[in-house]
Design a protein around this ligand. Structure first.
Ligand code: ZN
Length: 304
């Protein structure tokens, strides 16, 4: 039973809550407008920003950020933004010009800050010294992105500090669970089957973190074409090492990988999502779903 005083206190409180819609004091009138350069980064920003932030993504689902051509509408969106989130590590070669052309004063936040870049060395010296931008393919790295995003949002919108910290903590816990899921699944794949072919070299961080070897005829950017000699070398390698599966990607031309499959008898294991989320018709509209999808494709093809 409530005492009379408690009952009064309770009714006063409920009157206050009834008068003010829940959380109304916490919500800013206008959302913080931010830009993310590509879809995967956009999802990470949405998870940390929650409902205080409005995220516009430049390179959309299934888009290829290596070769993107920004539109005048993109310049307008960048001009209106309070923050511009980019991957960095040479991923968005077109971005600096876009930022300049837009005239924006918004800080450009490099989400990979603090990540040790992987450098590609393919034995031909082709991409020597070129950083590999695909850092998000390791979940541990995605956690570093999240920390950078949280800190930048707090700096731009200090009133949202509590919300951004809570959102980031909740999302980081999900990423921890995801990381465990990846390691448990890969542990089930026999060690001598943990190798496969993709078209461009987008999975180096995944390889380094989880111990699956990815061999790719195209370098870390899709701008460079694979040479006939590179393709011939890969075909020989697939045959010699008995690599069981080749994979397509959602952002690259499938013909090269199809040719390798044809000439080696390796099966096509499915489509991996490398540099972009899928649109609503696909099964990876979030970063977590993207990693889960890739994991399932790998495990299915390499264990059968
Ligand atoms: Zn790529």
């Amino acid at each position: 039973m409530l005492t009379r005083r408690q009952a009064i206190a309770a009714s006063v409180l409920s009157a206050i809550f009834a008068a003010a819609p829940s959380g109304a004091q916490e919500q800013p009138k206008d959302k913080l407008k931010v830009i993310a350069s590509f879809s995967i980064l956009g999802d990470l920003v949405k998870n940390v920003g929650g409902d205080r932030v409005e995220v516009a993504t430049l390179v959309g689902p299934n888009g290829n950020a290596h070769v993107y051509a920004p539109s005048p509408a993109d310049a307008k969106r960048v001009a209106d933004a309070k923050l511009v989130f980019v991957n960095g590590l040479g991923f968005e070669g077109w971005l600096e010009r876009l930022v300049k052309a837009s005239g924006t004063k918004a800080p450009v936040i490099v989400a990979t800050r603090g990540i040790k870049p992987r450098e590609r060395a393919d034995g031909h010296g082709r991409d020597h010294g070129q950083a590999d931008p695909h850092a998000w393919q390791s979940v541990a790295n995605a956690k570093i992105y999240v920390g950078n995003i949280r800190d930048a949002l707090i700096a731009a919108d200090p009133a949202g500090k509590g919300a951004y910290e809570a959102n980031a903590a909740a999302y980081l816990a999900k990423l921890d669970a995801l990381e465990r899921e990846v390691r448990e699944m890969i542990a089930k794949i026999p060690a001598d089957r943990r190798k496969l072919i993709t078209s461009h070299d987008a999975f180096g961080y995944f390889e380094a973190a989880y111990g699956i070897a990815f061999i790719a005829p195209q370098g870390v950017s899709t701008e460079a074409e694979a040479s006939a000699r590179d393709v011939a070398a890969i075909i020989a390698q697939v045959k010699k090492q008995k690599i069981a599966a080749v994979f397509l990607e959602n952002v690259t031309d499938p013909r090269l990988v199809e040719q390798i499959a044809r000439e080696t008898g390796a099966k096509i294991g499915g489509t991996l999502y490398s540099d972009a989320l899928t649109d609503g018709k696909g099964d990876a509209t979030t970063y977590i779903d993207l990693i889960r999808h890739n994991l399932k494709q790998l495990a299915t093809a390499l264990m059968s």
